[in-house]
Design a protein around this ligand. Structure first.
Ligand SMILES: Nc1ncnc2c1ncn2[C@@H]1O[C@H](COP(=O)(O)OP(=O)(O)OP(=O)(O)O)[C@@H](O)[C@H]1O
Length: 602
């Protein structure tokens, strides 16, 4: 690689690192080494042409600014770079319009930073772009007309301050699309049933399918129309519609108020809480509940007395104390709820509170724990905090019902990212997730093991990704060891085992196998643990490891080491499994080796 290319890369890194022009200490890029031959960390080359193809600097704690001009105005780099990823750092500043010169970019990932300002219209000139992720930043202003990029199939822009209308994307071409929690307004383009309300929530001025808010008889936007254009006539016409809308709305509100007086009922989260109210959950569809005007179920007014029983334990890290301290059961019951899962341990609802905060409510079934033990367990759990464990925010407990309230995690579960398309995580991210979760679980075992509280249902759908794509364990302690007989992850020998923590170690081992193989735990009747153990050592590389890991310079040696840890965790004999503490140490060593090897190679 030419000296000039190296110099530019090193300058770019110094700028984006933000340590007064010093490089990030874990990334050692030096003028006297070669980015391709010496495998500079985060740099991926075409080994034949020795040109730099991908620059992947995710989660390196970079806190400088993004100098798009430096990369994209330098022809040798602009002509070769296809993938730029800076996810999960603390990079600030704006995206300069020079980004439009990086014409070969197919993927641009900038999520989870502090980038701000408006998006340059030159982004729409990146004709090869397929995946654009600018989520969780501080961008504002309108979107450039990205619908011009015909091959774009992923656009993630959630959690910004973007405004204006959404360009008329052809969403049937997209496999991921999310503009939630911005300030967009106007009509949503046709989603072709590809996307649910989740992709658009949190934009109060947005209307149309799949949101419950209808667009008040607005004429459909013409395909060719530019998002910002509006003539005088249109303004007059819309003001007419708005005035008419307000009158109709007032009439509806008046009518509703009258009806409310006569009824004296409160609406309930699927009628679950009021003791004695018949179970109606079987009627629940996966459709967004708000469409059926809040909940379709109602409970008698006596259920109002249970309001004091919602015990608030903590508040989500992202909200102020006062928003949560006054949370009452009625707030949950009144709010629109959507059923998002029905697992072994019960049903899960996503609930949007009046103040717009989203929570999930876990309704636990068939747990033969006494109310007193349940309350005690919740109190103990609320006292143990770890940044990578999702604590319950509140709970409700009656004879028939147990509800747990958690903060909603927008980026979904590890399961979704591993088994959905496209697969999100590369080798470094997977190893990072394994190390983080192992540490979190070891911590919880140490703090709660002596109380007999284990996770009890550890699996990839219970590992959630927060808005910075950091993993956290959910539903810790929701089911105990006594319930694990029915868990698909407990080996038969677990039943009655003395060391209750080893059930979690088994579950964690299965998660490791999913991370390494990218395969489902059960597929066509084949059990992943049995299958992996049936493959001979010599064939691990060809057979076991996820194919997409092998193509991206992942260290085979460290993948083998991690697989060995996984196999020890899923040993059929609980006594032969290591403790979570040992597992965390082993994985940490592998992670350190990975980091060191890259430095030594340079
Ligand atoms: N706090 C949360 N925020 C966002 N998504 C969540 C949250 N908790 C759970 N989920 C997701 O909702 C879906 C349903 O969860 P649920 O707990 O009902 O299923 P499960 O974990 O497969 O079953 P179970 O734990 O009951 O055996 C899962 O994909 C899970 O990842």
């Amino acid at each position: 690689v030419e000296d000039e290319v190296k110099r530019t890369m090193i300058q770019f890194l110094a700028q984006v690192s933000g340590n007064d022009g010093q490089q990030n200490s874990t990334l050692v890029w030096r003028q006297d080494s070669d980015p391709c031959k010496d495998h500079w960390r985060g740099v991926y080359c075409d080994q034949q042409s020795m040109s730099i193809k991908r620059l992947i600097l995710d989660r390196f704690n970079l806190s400088g600014t993004l100098d798009a001009a430096m990369l994209c105005n330098f022809q040798p780099l602009a002509a070769s770079l296809t993938f730029l990823s800076l996810d999960g750092n603390r990079i600030s500043g704006v995206i300069a319009s020079d980004i439009g010169n990086c014409k070969q970019l197919t993927r641009l990932h900038l999520s989870g930073n502090h980038l701000s300002g408006s998006l340059p219209s030159s982004l729409a000139m990146l004709n090869n772009l397929k995946r654009l992720d600018i989520s969780s930043n501080e961008f504002s202003g309108p979107l450039p007309n990205l619908s011009r990029i015909s091959g774009l199939n992923m656009f993630l822009a959630q959690n910004n301050h973007l405004s204006g209308t959404i360009p008329t994307f052809d969403l049937s071409n997209f496999d991921q699309f999310n503009v939630s929690f911005n300030s967009f307004s106007g009509q949503i383009p046709n989603v072709h049933r590809h996307f649910s309300a989740d992709s658009f929530l949190g934009n109060p001025e947005l209307c149309g399918d799949p949101l419950p808010k209808k667009c008040s008889d607005q004429p459909m936007r013409l395909e060719s129309e530019e998002p910002q254009s509006s003539s005088k006539e249109q303004i007059l016409m819309y003001s007419g519609y708005t005035a008419l809308g307000i009158v109709i709305l007032l009439l509806i509100v008046l009518k509703l108020c009258k009806r409310k007086k006569g009824e004296n009922k409160i609406e309930a989260l699927n009628g679950v809480v009021a003791d004695g109210v018949a179970e109606k959950a079987s009627n629940v569809s996966n459709e967004y509940k708000a469409r059926v005007s809040r909940s379709e179920f109602s409970a008698s007014s006596e259920s109002g007395t249970v309001s004091q029983s919602l015990v608030v334990l903590s508040r989500p890290a992202t909200y102020e104390e006062r928003v949560f301290e006054a949370l009452r059961l009625e707030d949950l019951l009144r709010a629109p709820a959507e059923l998002i899962g029905r697992g072994k341990n019960g049903s899960l609802y996503k609930v949007i509170l009046d103040n717009g905060i989203m929570v999930v409510v876990k309704r636990i079934k068939d747990w033969t724990i006494s109310s007193q033990d349940f309350k005690q367990r919740m109190q103990i759990l609320s006292q143990v905090k770890h940044p990578h464990v999702l604590s319950p925010l509140a709970f409700y407990c009656s004879k028939q019902e147990k509800l747990l309230v958690y903060e909603f995690q927008q980026n979904g579960s590890l399961f979704k990212h591993l088994h959905g398309t496209p697969k999100t995580f590369d080798w470094t991210s997977r190893l990072g997730i394994a190390a983080t979760i192992a540490k979190a679980l070891a911590f919880m075992h140490q703090e709660l093991g002596h109380h007999g509280i284990v996770h009890g249902s550890l699996k990839s759908s219970n590992i959630l990704l927060n808005k910075n794509m950091e993993p956290c364990l959910s539903e810790y302690g929701v089911m105990g060891m006594d319930d694990q007989g029915g868990s698909p992850f407990a080996s038969p020998i677990d039943a009655g085992a003395l060391d209750i923590l080893k059930g979690d170690v088994y579950g964690f081992g299965v998660v490791l196998l999913e991370l390494l193989t990218g395969k489902l735990v059960k597929s066509n009747g084949i059990d992943l643990t049995d299958w992996v153990q049936s493959v001979v050592r010599e064939e691990w590389t060809g057979e076991v490891f996820d194919k997409c890991l092998l193509t991206e310079y992942a260290s085979e040696e460290r993948m083998v080491n991690l697989l060995q840890v996984a196999i020890r965790c899923v040993n059929r004999s609980p006594d032969a499994r290591p403790s979570m503490n040992q597992v965390a140490l082993m994985i940490n060593t592998i992670k350190e080796d990975e980091e060191k090897s890259l430095i030594y190679e340079v």
